[in-house]
Design a protein around this ligand. Sequence first.
Ligand SMILES: Cc1cc2nc3c(=O)[nH]c(=O)nc-3n(C[C@H](O)[C@H](O)[C@H](O)COP(=O)(O)OP(=O)(O)OC[C@H]3O[C@@H](n4cnc5c(N)ncnc54)[C@H](O)[C@@H]3O)c2cc1C
Length: 412
Amino acid sequence: MKIIVIGGGAAGLMAAYAASTGSNEVILLEKNEKLGKKIYITGKGRCNLANSCDTQTFLKNVVSNPRFLYGAVSRLDPDATVALFNDLGLETKIERGNRVFPISDHASDVTKTLEKAIKKAGVSIMLNSEVSAIKTSDDRFGSVVLSNGKEIEADACIIATGGLSYPSTGSTGDGYGFALKMGHTVIPCVPSLVGLKTKESFVSEMEGLSLKNVRLDAYLSGKKKYSEQGEMLFTHNGVSGPLILTASALFARDLAGGAELKLIIDLKPSLTSEMLEERLLREFASASNKDIKNVLRSLIPSSMIEPFLRLCSLNGEKKVNSVTAPERKKIVSVLKGFELNVSGAGGFNEAVVTKGGIKVNEIDPKTMESKLVKNIFFAGEIIDVDAFTGGFNLQIAWSTGYAAGTALSAEF
Ligand SMILES: Cc1cc2nc3c(=O)[nH]c(=O)nc-3n(C[C@H](O)[C@H](O)[C@H](O)COP(=O)(O)OP(=O)(O)OC[C@H]3O[C@@H](n4cnc5c(N)ncnc54)[C@H](O)[C@@H]3O)c2cc1C
C-alpha cells in the first residue's frame, strides 16, 4: 500500500513511523526545509513531549472533545509513548507535574529520534514539498498535487498539517482548506494557550514581573468560572504564565465572541483579610514615620507599588501614621482582589495551540479516517482537539498519528 503523509511535525512523523510496517511504501511530504520545526521550539527548546499520567488524567487535561481521543490514547497512552521513544533510543526524564523531557534537554533530539526511525523503516522524506491540493474521486482519496505542479498518486493520505499557531514554523492551516474542499466542517479556529491583553495599560509598568503562589479567579460575564492558585506574569500589554494560559484555553472561544472576562488576583491567598489587616497594623506601628510606598515593599514586588498605590488612590509619600482606617481597608481589598479586565487574547503568532479544526464527528475515533472520504486520515492539531500545557498537546499528536498510521499498517 502506498501512503502519503502531509506534514513532518509531531503527528506526521509518528503517523509515518506507525504506517511504515510490512510492505507499505510511505512518503512524508514537508513544506519546510527540515522536519519538526515546531517541535524544536516546544517546552522552551526542551520539548515536554508527554505527561507521565494515566489515560483518565490525560483526558481530564484535554479541553476540547476529550472523549473523541479515548480510542487513540488507549492505543498509545502516555506511558507507551515514552516507552516507544525510549525503545527508539531517546532517553527521557520526568520533572515537576509529571512532565516528560528528553534527558539531553534538547527538543531536537525528539525529532532526530523519529527521523532516524522513519529513515530506517524506509520512509521517503520529501522536504521543500508543499502540498497545494488533494484530489479525490467518488469520495475516495486519489492523489496530492504539490505547489510545483507535481502530482503523486497513492492509496491513502494522512493529513497532519497542524493548526494556525506559530505560522513561522509552517503551521499555516493548509489542511483546513483541503478538508473544506472535501466537504468537511472546520470548527472556527481561535488562539489558545496564549497571553491575555488587559484594558488596564498600567500592566506595562510591571512587564516581566512574575507572581508565584497567587490565586486567580476568572469571572466570565460576571460569573466565577475558574479559580486556581499558581504562577502568572505581566507582559507589555497584559498577563501570561501558567494560570493565564489555562484560563485562555477555557475562555478562548468566549473571548473571540466578545464576552467580558474579569481577572481577580489574590496576591496573598494564604492570609485572610483580617490577618492581612493585622499585619498592616503591625508594620505601620513599627514604622510610623515611613512613607507608605516603603512599607508596601515588604508586601508586594517593587514594580507593582506605583500601580498598586494608584488603585488605592494613595500618595506613596503619605506617612503610614496618617493612613486612615478606610485607606488601610482599601489596601487590604486590593491585595486580596487586584482586578484586571481582559480586552482580548493574543494572536496565533504567540498562541501555543489552535482551538478548533476538523469536526470530530466526521472522523472515525479509532482510525482517524475521514467518515466522508475513504482513505483520507487526519492526525494532530488539525483536528478540533486541544489540551492544557504539560505535554498533553504533543500527546494528542503522537496518539492520533499512531492511530492513523497503525490503521493503515493493519490493512496489509
Ligand atoms: C512555542 C510552543 C511551545 C510548545 N510546547 C509544547 C510542549 O512543550 N509540549 C506539548 O505537548 N506541546 C507543546 N506545544 C504544542 C505542540 O507543539 C503542537 O500541539 C504539536 O506540535 C502539533 O503537532 P502537529 O504535527 O499536529 O502540527 P505541527 O507541529 O504544526 O506540524 C505540521 C507540519 O505540517 C507542515 N505543513 C503544513 N502545511 C503543509 C503543506 N501544505 N504541505 C506540506 N507540509 C505542510 C508544516 O510545515 C509542519 O511541519 C507547543 C507549541 C508552541 C507553538
